[in-house]
Design a protein around this ligand. Structure first.
Ligand SMILES: Nc1ncnc2c1ncn2[C@@H]1O[C@H](COP(=O)(O)OP(=O)(O)O)[C@@H](O)[C@H]1O
Ligand SMILES: CC(=O)OP(=O)(O)O
Ligand SMILES: [Mg+2]
Length: 396
């Protein structure tokens, strides 16, 4: 499966007979002089290899990946390859399920570029290059928005003029849905229950970050909106703010729409507040007494708390709060601070359990807590491969 990001490509080759990973890798800093491909041929038992040097675009990146795979006899030309699954960030309202890609699907993903300018163009290049390499194979799109299409209109609509909203398709779509779906199910499993029997708040805290309220296995609200800019404070994105900030920056600051778009998407959030977007670095600076890093952390946590409280109210009854993605899985201080003081909502973290590291889903709330608090590692890649395989299996 392929996850083509704005300046990176993540990929995995999986054997779906047992969901085992044969090879995994990442191409970073595409378009810069210092691009890097890191490839780990797990099946070949090999160590990771790195290729450094300029990789101009996603097309070149994918071809470099194909070369690395071929070195271990796992080339994309293999007759055993059954399908290629692609993460596609914006699927609008039309795509509620994984979908076999044809020209009409490509056209729709292209039409949605204005609402996912950082993500959909990269996703499209990934698909087109993969199609050129293996025109005979089914290619499947798995949409970030799909899981959120179950939201009620009361959560999905913004309170703006209905005609204008409908004409320009302005509404809350939500993103990271593959992760929210996977993690909410895995959380139910951790509690020994069926997804239909639990209400879960999922906090996906990666570079992009979003929260969702999942009632009995269905998403009923999520923090990202028309685009992945709304909601939580992220690595480089602002999340929520008064929309009038934009008019103010235009009228008083003389900034263009494009300049503000770049400001809010790439130079805001943690990096805008303190110059770093990596939570490890921010924690290190806080430990050294850095006030700017401290404030950035506090703003991040304050926003997170607001969403936890809001989604407790949306759900009414909450069985579990699950932390996931790079920050959620690894940053114990974030989990501790996000839940601190929320005993009134039945939420607490046990310091010892919170300090345990590992890859397995685990509870971090004290025994007999009213609401389970959990760390549940996400696996978007496995989920995309599973959905792709399920669809292709059905059609073959
Ligand atoms: N050990 C760690 N401690 C704290 N934060 C971490 C750790 N490892 C990763 N992170 C955070 O996770 C982020 C990346 O999360 P990830 O889910 O991989 O993001 P994405 O998929 O959006 O690129 C990093 O920017 C960093 O802030
Ligand atoms: C939609 C989104 O924010 O994705 P990512 O976290 O990969 O940037
Ligand atoms: Mg991610």
């Amino acid at each position: 499966m392929l996850n083509s990001g704005s300046s990176s490509v993540k990929y995995q080759l999986l054997d779906m007979r047992d969901s085992s990973r044969l090879a995994v890798g990442l191409v970073e800093r595409i378009g810069e002089q210092t691009s890097r491909l890191k490839h780990t041929p797990l099946a070949a038992g090999g160590d990771s290899r790195e290729v450094t040097g300029p990789i101009a675009d996603h097309d070149a990146a994918l071809k470099a990946v194909a070369e690395e795979l071929a070195k271990d006899g796992l080339g994309l030309d293999s007759p055993e390859l059954a399908a290629i699954g692609h993460r596609v960030v914006h699927g609008g309202r039309r795509f509620t399920e994984p979908t076999i890609i044809d020209d009409a699907v490509l056209a729709e993903i292209e039409r949605l570029i204005p609402v996912a300018p950082l993500h959909n163009p990269a996703n499209l290049t990934g698909i087109r290059t993969a199609q050129a390499l293996r025109p005979d194979l089914p290619q499947v799109a798995v949409f970030d928005t799909a899981f959120h299409t179950t939201m009620p209109e009361s959560a999905a609509r913004y309170a703006i003029d209905v005609e204008t909203a409908d004409r320009y398709r302005v509404r809350r779509y939500g993103f990271h849905g593959t992760s929210h779906a996977y993690v909410s199910r895995a959380t139910a499993k951790l509690l020994g229950k069926a997804p239909e029997d639990v209400n879960v708040i999922v906090l996906h805290l990666g570079n992009g970050a979003s929260a969702s309220a999942v009632r009995k296995g269905r998403c009923v609200d999520t923090s990202m909106g028309l685009t992945p800019l709304e909601g939580l404070v992220m690595g480089t994105r602002s999340g929520d703010m008064d929309p009038a900030v934009i008019f103010h920056l235009m009228r008083v600051g003389g900034m263009s729409a494009d300049a503000i778009d770049t400001l809010l998407n790439k130079r805001s959030g943690l990096i805008g507040l303190c110059g770093d977007n990596d939570m490890r670095e921010i924690r290190r600076r806080i430990d050294e007494g850095d006030e700017q890093a401290r404030l950035a952390f506090d703003i991040y946590i304050h926003r997170l708390k607001k969403y936890i409280g809001a989604y407790c109210a949306v759900l009414g009854t909450v069985d579990a709060v699950a932390f996931t993605a790079g920050v959620g899985e690894n940053a114990a201080p974030v989990r501790e601070a996000a839940v601190a003081g929320l005993e009134g909502l039945g939420l607490a973290v046990d310091a010892e359990l919170n300090a345990v590291r590992g890859d397995a889903p685990r509870l971090i709330s004290p025994e007999h807590a009213r609401v389970a608090v959990a760390v549940v590692p996400t696996d978007e890649e496995l989920e995309i491969a599973t959905q792709t395989y399920a669809l292709v299996g059905k059609n073959n």
